[in-house]
Design a protein around this ligand. Structure first.
Ligand code: PLP
Length: 758
């Protein structure tokens, strides 16, 4: 069995997906008709999607579990059942306003509570030394506080197989709901105080905004779900009569980023303190079971916990980490005697700027494998981010290019294309990504291409209908749907896209429309609540939308829509309808991206930089079927340090004019100060190299226009994108993990009544 721990699981709505996995969509629709409900979509529209993740990382965890089930590998995903997930977004006067995500308000029918499998988790307190019956010294942790984690299990079905895996989400409860002593002595608030503070543990998904607020709670959350999870694993072995020494042969542990990295210390504590194993044996078990997936390339985004905070909350873990570190540094000293700098660089304890525990180092030191998300990212992890570790243990560093599930993102989200694929390459296409290449043989078949185009039109009309009803905007489904949906972040460069729109708008105003094709430009995404520049970018996009959409000169050529509250459910409508996929991050900064894969599968053509998964998407689909632009990560590295954006601006007259228009308040109802921080950032610093890539981006966009005019060519390219995107099925990633990292094979369950995908 494997388990994957992740602080986030962004699972999306369940009903439609489960019907698809079971193969009973038609039966369900038929059953509803007996209740005079003729459109099952009405039911789907009512379902709340749990927002238990921020973006890509949470989606990755969810889809890997789905692929594990589809490949018939027994597995459990472990995480937290946040009462409030990622904040909902509404747009008021062009600004993002956050409101609480109350996804549980109407109840949620998809999880089963398992109160008898609760676990106790401690915090704070002190450690005691004692002597066991054999006269050996032992350490015992005496926590000051305890919380209880109660498991809520969500079934995760495999596609047309009998395997059902499990997502086990921990909900925090007070260990003693009610302090009778305090109550009897008249302290009525005190009587429930502990209950309140324990339950906040699973109250909210910590917003991914890099502020200090709530860091203590965040560390508590991490320890809470990791401790529950490991206890659950050990209990499972005990139940099956298997000794703890066998842990690593029965469980493979995959850490989804460093949020669960405390598992290294907690597993050591359980094995050494509670199961009384010797250090070396416990360490061997820990290292043989744990592997780590890195998610970021920004050194400043690597998790590090203040040592003082750590000592207060987890005193025993801190002592264990010091011991792990001392032993590790001793090995490093043997390898590189006298290299004090190296020791300081690889130590788990950072000494500069206040002592801190570096979670990525802890994870890397224990893990038998460390992987990035795509080839470029894994290479940068090896060569830059964790280079010292890679020199010490090169064999541990590897890459597993991640993927997305074709069930949710194609079969479910794109019913028209699903129909065409079933007919052409077989019922089972969603689980057989190797077969998709067969679509290539239709590349010059005009009848097939017409049908392919009709599927895209269908998805676009459906999205247009939603835009009309929810955002009260009319968009033309025959125009080019140009899509950038993802978290709003400067490195993702929604502002590059927005500035290009201002330049286009100015061209329209100047009457220079040669070569321009009608476009509907769609944006969607949330900004972290504390990230003011990202919020200003949202305001900027909405400012542009308001001006452009009300200007007769732009009518029929340019339409801009900001799709508020972008989430999995809305994504299911947007990805299938996209013609053009904007993947325009600063090269070297997007670890992978997965939106890019979903869009490629659905036949959108990518305009993108050589960043993250774009590199491999381009390799797969062919460079003729991809609009490439921009500086490479290598170029960016050379530019850093002596980049002067104002020099670049000198050479960009069209952009100068666009900035001047912004500055004049044209997109802010005359307010000349509103966009000042954004303008200053671009002119004086431009940390994300928007100006360095601007011209090339415009050039690539005019290539897009040119190809769009030749619709047959576009549709062929789109077909080839789908046909060649099989590599990005998460099944392929999971097979890779299973064979080379976890060393596990499927366990097929056959049932007499059939139903198994033969
Ligand atoms: C796929 C997905 C993402 C990730 O998008 P990127 O373009 O890879 O950043 C974020 N949010 C939701 C809701 C998604 O479905």
């Amino acid at each position: 069995m494997r388990w994957r721990t992740s602080a986030e699981f962004l699972i999306g709505p369940q009903l439609g997906n489960n019907l698809l996995m079971l193969g009973i969509q038609a039966e369900a629709a038929e059953a509803l008709r007996r209740f005079r409900i003729h459109d099952i979509d009405h039911i789907h529209a009512l379902e709340e999607a749990p927002g238990l993740g921020n973006g890509g990382l949470g989606r990755l965890a969810a889809r890997f579990l789905e692929s594990l089930a589809t490949l018939e590998i027994p597995a459990t995903g472990y995480g937290i059942r946040y009462e409030f997930g990622i904040l909902d977004q509404v747009i008021r006067d062009g600004w993002q306003v956050e409101i609480t995500d109350r996804w549980l308000k109407g109840g949620w029918p998809w999880d089963l509570v398992q109160p008898f499998k609760s676990c106790r988790v401690g915090f704070g307190g002190r450690t005691e030394v004692w002597r066991d019956d054999h006269g050996r010294y032992r350490v015992r942790w005496v926590p000051a506080e305890q919380a209880i984690g109660s498991p809520h299990d969500v079934p995760v079905l495999g596609y047309r197989v009998n395997t059902c895996d499990r997502l086990r989400l921990w909900r925090a409860e007070a260990a003693d709901a009610f302090d009778v002593h305090a109550f009897n002595s008249g302290d009525f608030y005190g009587a429930v105080e502990q209950k309140v503070s324990s339950e906040t543990l699973s109250k909210v998904l910590y917003p991914n905004d890099g502020t200090d607020a709530g860091r203590r709670l965040r560390l508590m959350q991490q320890h809470f779900f990791v401790s529950c999870t490991l206890q659950d694993m050990l209990r499972n072995l005990r139940k099956r009569g298997i000794g703890v020494q066998e842990f690593a042969t029965h469980w493979a542990v995959q850490l989804n980023d460093t949020h669960p990295a405390i598992a290294v210390a907690e597993l050591m504590r359980l094995l050494v303190d509670e199961h009384h194993l010797e250090w070396d044996q416990a360490w061997e078990i820990t290292c043989r079971s744990i592997a780590y997936t890195n998610h970021t390339l920004l050194p400043e985004a690597l998790e590090a916990w203040d040592l003082g905070l750590f000592a207060t909350l987890l005193p025993r873990h801190l002592a264990l980490i010091h011991e792990i570190n001392a032993r590790f540094l001793q090995q490093v000293r043997m390898r590189a005697p006298g290299d004090e700098d190296l020791l300081a660089r690889v130590s788990i304890v950072a000494e500069q700027g206040g002592k801190a525990i570096r979670m990525a180092h802890l994870a890397t030191i224990a893990a038998h494998h460390v992987n990035g998300l795509v080839a470029l990212h894994s290479e940068l992890v090896r060569k830059e981010l964790l280079a010292d570790f890679a020199r010490l243990h090169p064999e541990r560093f590897t890459n597993v290019t991640n993927g997305v599930t074709p069930r949710r993102w194609l079969a479910l989200a794109n019913p028209a294309l699903n129909g065409l694929l079933r007919e052409t390459i077989g019922e089972d296409w969603p689980a057989r990504e190797q077969e998709w290449r067969r679509l290539e043989s239709f590349r010059s078949d005009p009848v097939f291409l017409d049908r392919r185009e009709a599927c895209k039109q269908d998805a676009k009309r459906r999205l247009a209908a939603i835009i009309a009803s929810r955002w009260e905007q009319v968009v033309d489904p025959t125009s080019l749907f140009d899509v950038q949906v993802k978290r709003i972040h400067e490195y993702k460069r929604q502002h590059l896209n927005a500035l290009r729109l201002v330049v286009q708008y100015l061209r329209l105003k100047h009457g220079d429309t040669t070569g321009m094709v009608p476009r509907t430009v769609l944006f969607g995404g949330k900004a972290a609540p504390g990230y003011s520049m990202a919020k200003l970018i949202i305001r900027f996009i909405n400012g542009i939308a308001e001006v452009v959409n009300n200007d007769p000169d732009a009518e029929g050529l340019l339409n801009v829509v900001f799709l508020s509250d972008y989430n999995v459910k809305l994504g299911e409508k947007v990805y299938p309808a996209a013609d053009l996929s904007e993947q325009i991050s600063t090269a070297g900064l997007e670890a992978s991206g997965t939106g890019n894969m979903k869009l490629t599968m659905n036949g959108a053509l990518t305009i993108g930089t050589l960043d993250g998964a774009n590199v491999e998407i381009r390799e797969q689909v062919g460079d003729d079927n991809f609009f490439l632009f921009g500086k490479t990560s290598e170029d960016i590295r050379h530019l850093r340090g002596h980049y002067r954006s104002w020099d670049w601006l000198e050479r960009l007259p069209a952009l100068q004019e666009a900035l001047a228009l912004m500055e004049a308040g044209h997109f802010s109802n005359g307010d000349r100060e509103l966009f000042r921080p954004l303008l200053d950032q671009l002119r004086c610093q431009d940390a994300f190299f928007v100006l360095a890539d601007f011209d090339d981006y415009l050039r690539a966009q005019s290539m897009v226009d040119e190809v769009w005019l030749d619709r047959r060519r576009w549709t062929t390219m789109s077909l080839l994108n789908t046909a060649r995107s099989g590599y990005f099925s998460s099944d392929r990633s999971i097979r890779h993990y299973a064979a080379s990292i976890w060393k596990v094979s499927p366990l097929s369950l056959s049932m007499t009544n059939g139903g198994s995908r033969a």
